[in-house]
Design a protein around this ligand. Structure first.
Ligand code: HEM
Length: 416
């Protein structure tokens, strides 16, 4: 009997030994504390990802994380705040579409609209600007004896790129960062016991107030930015309304910001000790893309995703009643010894094909090209510097999230 709580900090700090036990002893496991089924083997995650008919992404139908219950008084407070602070009709808001929580066919219609902003060609055009931003960060880093890599590079790079991509003032990026932190902590961190009180609604209200005028301005006078693509009324498919555009921007903030930040932090953390893999990449910088993929496998920034079981079914011989919540542990599937040899070894030379770091199937990460480009540019600049740097502290501080895995800080100093 494996007794683990997916929402405990002890588990979060080092989930890998627990994942291994689960894979071996109970690959689909009823976790009574969290009232979810955990799924930990690669093969089973693949099956779930590939079958949205049986395993739905419409998780808004679940009670948040199966744990907290909203009281009638809380529900009234939520409605009041939605009406007054966001000036939004609560019924319309409930029915608004959100890409990551839709199933076919609605998901496909929305995805083809937003794909236009993320084609490989469109993203490749950002390479020069991304390298410029990396250079600015590296310039600041070179002037310091000791610094926090997360604050100096891993945070500012993706948040600036997203602001510029959306076409909002880069000067407001501190707002974007605050909003995405609040959303991640409120929706996936310690506050999951009481997400209603966590400030998520205030953040959503602020974001809505900020974005609505920008969206209206782009409707009147489109520019070469992502918001203009989203408001494009000539789009022949799922044209998004104003609130749905706000929700999509919110998704980009959460999905595109913290993940890339933590990919960079997790990568450098893995490279620093033991340094053998670092030496290989320093000697051969063409290994950087492989380094990015190995980090996505070895210490995935998105550790878990949720799905809901549509009708009574079975997975790996375990009966799953309709309405059950599944926690899909990407972090475990990526260390499944049935797929990856010696999976707990960080190895830039390995074949990483099949890792699930960006998910799989219809919801496969929309921003994967962008994330890969940012990570490549940042690591190509940083890797040659790393042999001259050492950790300031041996302890690891993780961000407050059970879904996203990453270092809150990574303080480095110039080696003597
Ligand atoms: C290392 C960085 C990243 C990682 C590890 C990551 C991971 C993921 C994963 C695992 C999913 C699948 C969700 C599901 O199946 O429910 C996903 C979806 C998504 N990602 Fe990323 N992501 C990253 C960067 C980005 C960036 C830079 C953006 C955009 C700027 C982005 C936007 C999205 C969006 C919009 C979706 C939803 C797609 C859909 O529902 O069709 N991601 N991401």
């Amino acid at each position: 009997m494996i007794d683990f709580d997916p929402y405990s900090h002890r588990f979060q700090d080092d989930p890998y030994p627990v994942y291994r036990r689960l894979r071996d002893e109970a690959p689909v496991h009823w976790c009574a504390r969290a009232r979810v089924f955990s799924v930990t083997r690669h093969e089973d995650l693949r099956q779930v990802f590939k079958d949205p008919e049986r395993f739905s992404s419409e998780t808004r139908r679940l009670n948040r994380f199966g744990r907290s219950q909203t009281t009638a008084a809380q529900r009234v407070r939520i409605l009041w705040r939605v009406l007054t602070q966001m000036r939004q009709n609560p019924l319309k808001m409930r029915d608004s579409r959100m890409l990551i929580m839709e199933d076919p066919p609605v998901h496909g219609q929305m995805r083809s609209l937003v794909n236009r902003g993320f084609t490989r060609r469109r993203i490749a055009q950002w390479e020069g600007r991304i390298r410029e931003l990396v250079d600015e960060c590296m310039e600041r880093i070179r002037q310091q004896e000791s610094f926090d890599l997360v604050t100096e590079l891993a945070i500012p790079l993706p948040v600036t790129v997203i602001s510029e991509l959306l076409g909002v003032s880069a000067e407001d990026r501190h707002l974007f960062k605050r909003w995405s932190d609040n959303l991640i902590e409120g929706a996936t961190g310690s506050a999951i016991e009481n997400p209603i009180e966590s400030g998520i609604l205030d953040t959503l209200a602020e974001l809505t107030r900020y974005m609505k005028p920008v969206i209206r301005a782009r409707r009147e006078k489109p520019r070469e930015d992502l918001i203009s693509v989203l408001v494009d009324e000539t789009a022949d498919d799922a044209g998004l309304d104003e609130f749905e555009i706000v929700m999509f921007i919110l998704l980009l903030l959460v999905a595109g910001n913290e993940t890339t930040t933590n990919l960079l932090g997790n990568c450098v953390d893995a490279l620093l000790d033991p340094p053998a893999e670092l030496e290989k990449v320093v000697a051969d910088p063409s290994l950087v893309p492989a380094l990015v993929e190995e980090t996505l496998r070895f210490d995935a920034p998105v550790q878990q995703l949720r799905r809901v079981v549509r009708g009574d079914t079975e997975l790996a011989g375990v009966k799953l009643p309709a309405g059950s919540e599944l926690l899909l542990f990407i972090g475990s599937a990526n260390r499944d010894e049935r797929i990856f040899e010696d999976p707990d070894r960080f190895d830039v030379g390995r074949d990483t094909r099949g890792h699930l770091g960006f998910g799989l199937g219809n919801h496969f990460c929309l921003g994967s090209n962008l994330a890969r480009l940012e990570a490549k540019a940042a690591l190509e600049a940083l890797v040659p510097e790393l042999p001259k740097l050492a950790r300031l502290r041996s302890e690891r501080d993780f961000i407050d999230s059970f879904t996203i895995r990453g270092r809150a800080r990574l303080e480095l100093r110039r080696a003597a």
